[in-house]
Structure formats: C-alpha cells, structure tokens
Write a protein that binds this ligand. Sequence first.
Ligand code: IMP
Length: 431
Amino acid sequence: MGSIVIIGTQWGDEGKGRVVDVYAANASTVVRYQGGDNAGHTVKIGEQHYALHLIPSGIVRQKPSILGNGMVINPKSLLKEITDLEATGLEVRPYLFIAEEAHMIMPYHLALDGLSERAMGDGKIGTTLKGIGPAYTDKFSRTHGLRIGDLRNAAYFRARLEAIVADKNAIITKLYGSTDTFDAGAIFDEYLGYYAEIGGMIRDTAGMIAAALRRGEDVVFEGANATMLDIDHGTYPFVTCSTPTAGGAAVGAGVGPTAIDHVIGVVKAYTSRVGAGPFPTELPDATGDRIRELGHEYGTTTGRPRRCGWLDLCVLRKAARVNGLDYLAVTHLDILDEFADIPVCVGYEIDGARVDVFPANVWEVEKATPIYEVLPGWRQPIADCRDFDALPVNARRYLHRVSELVGVPVCMITVGSERSQTIVMREAVTR
Ligand code: IMP
C-alpha cells in the first residue's frame, strides 16, 4: 500500500474519516498533522457512529493514533472526545500519542476568536469559534504560544502563562473593551489537571513514525479541514489557519517528504461549504436545499447548515496540482441518485475570458461565472452497489468524466454513510 496522505479537495466535510478508516486497516499508524477540534470526521459501522474531532480516525481500527506536532489541541475537548469514544466501547488511551511540540488551545483563544469575529462584522470569516486562528497566530508569534510539552515543566509553564495572560487581558480590555478577563492561576491549575490525564500520552511522535517507516510499515497521514481552506492555497482570507494540503503532512507529522508514497484526494460528488467566502457553484435555491437535506449537510462541529452546490472541477484541478494527487476517492455519490441532470463546472468565465483552474484571489473568484457540462443522472438507488461494474452506466460515466476532466484516476467510491457502503477499486478508474 505505501504511506498515504488523505486530504479533502474542497471546503471540508468530504468524508475523509471513512476514507481514512478504509486505508487504516492496512496501516500500522494513523497521524493527524494539522488543525484542531474545528474538524469533524465520522465513521459509521452498523448503527454505531464515531464522531472524531481531534483523534485520528485510525482509533476506530484500534491502531496507534498520533496527534502530530502540526496540530493545535484543546486538552478539554480532547478529554471529552476520549470519554465519549470510550463510552462506545472503544479502547482509546492505550492507542493515543500526542506530539510534545503540538500547541495548546487556551481559554483566551476561544474568547479572542469570538471577539475578533464580532469586531469584523460583515468581514468575519465565520470560524468554528474553537480558538484555532488565535492559537496558530500565537504559535507563529513565538512569544505567545504554549506547547503540550511545556506542561512537563510546571515552573516554566507558569512563568510563560502569567506573562501571556497579562498581555491577553490587556487586549481583551483595551482593544475590545470587554471585562471578561482571565486568571493565570486558574488556567494553570486547570491545565495541570489535564496534564494529569494526558501526560502519559506525550511522546516523541516523529520518532515513533520514523521507527514505523524503518520497519517497513505503512502510515496514513489524515488531513483535516481541506485544500480550499488551506492558509496558502485556499480562498484566503476565508480559510483556516493551517496547512491541510499534502505538503503539510511532512511538516505537521515530522517526516521528510520522501516518507509519502501516495496522496489521495477525497471528493464529495457535489460541493458544500460552511462559513463565509466565495463558492462559485453554490445553489442558493431549491436544488441546493434538496442536496442539503439528502446529504444531511449540517456541520458536525457547529451544527450550522452547509451551503451546497454542484461539483466544481476548477477546484479539483487546483487540489490535484497543489497536493500532487495520485487518486480521487469520490464520496456521497448516492446523494445524486434522484437528479435527472447533473451539471459539473468545467471552467469559469471571468471578465470575458475562460479560466480552467480556481484563481488565487477571492476578488477574482467573486467575478467567476461557472461554465457547466451537464451529465445525465442515473435515477436509481446505488446504496447496495459494492462493485464498480454494478453501478448504473450513467454513474460510471459520471466517474469516468470527472476523472478525465481532473486528470486523476478514481480509487474508491462511497454509496452510503455506513462503512460497508464502499467500493474500493482493484484497479483505479482511469481517465
Ligand atoms: P476555523 O478553522 O475555526 O478558524 O474556521 C475557518 C473557516 O474554515 C470557517 O469558514 C470554518 O467554517 C471552516 N472550517 C474549518 N474547519 C472545517 C472543517 O473541518 N470542515 C468544514 N469547514 C471548516
């Protein structure tokens, strides 16, 4: 199999968790390399749903599951997630390892996420309000970031925390005019309490991954959020604060790029987006509403209704380029079962010119009019298909055409939300 990066190609919620679940079966280790509890990955086995926000989906296969150095971790959320998963009967703690270098989300990060969004009014991003942006901003400031490993030295942690909290309180009161300040001593006690619970999981995780690779084992690098939310390659500024794209796996897990054998891009058969920002193929009409209902498109992390629209191949071409995609895993194909015509966006018209790849700037994207190719629907249920050849001819044509227009073969298809409703190709569907 080789070591694989699994990454969302659109604006998130493509179904990465269940794709990771398939490939984790043959891997020794699964690693999350960026983001935090803004993500929501789901694996459904029979009637059992596993909701994952921070913990890699490999935990469902009871594999060593690493929270990599590129992540920002809210220890309170992590403990809740551990407890919730344990309540389903999964063993979690023996399989969970946390990078010393991963940054912590602190209570003031959540407060500042909300204060900044409120202050920006119409210019807000529509974040998940989980403190992700403020935590990464502090990481890169160097002066204000606190890492999981800092908990191992209580005196060092306390001294830095006191200086940082004084500065945060000044921002909260003087910049935002709020009186909801923070007490460094209370945060210190709270976080040492978390350390008592998770301290035993802190490891040199990059060393663990290197050792697994040396033994010839395969590792799955699980991307969260998605390509179009990437801080560099997404629809800036309507993006998250990390590097979900494949290159981020090397930095965020602590491996060299040569450790990655393949990159799989997860593609929802249509498009959804939650939060603000441009979305050229959005359907703000009854068809969009219908897709939302059929696809249960409500945020797993925030419960917000997702914006829905047709598949956008300009987005996928960009994802193929910036991630070096080897394969596409096409999810939610069954959601399109009832549509007679299925338009896919093959290009844009911008200022009278034809454009084939998603532009870099949001002000250009805002001018884009999608150019559609309309593919015939299959108008029959596909939920029971377990083989590519069992799919209706128009569903196969749809997959072939998408693969052809993006220039990347399809290796996997999902036809329902349950684990077994998956078609893994013995030979990738090629263009
Ligand atoms: P943040 O990551 O909370 O700062 O949010 C920044 C933007 O990314 C917002 O539009 C969020 O809705 C979006 N976002 C972040 N993570 C995800 C995800 O996992 N799925 C979908 N959207 C996400």
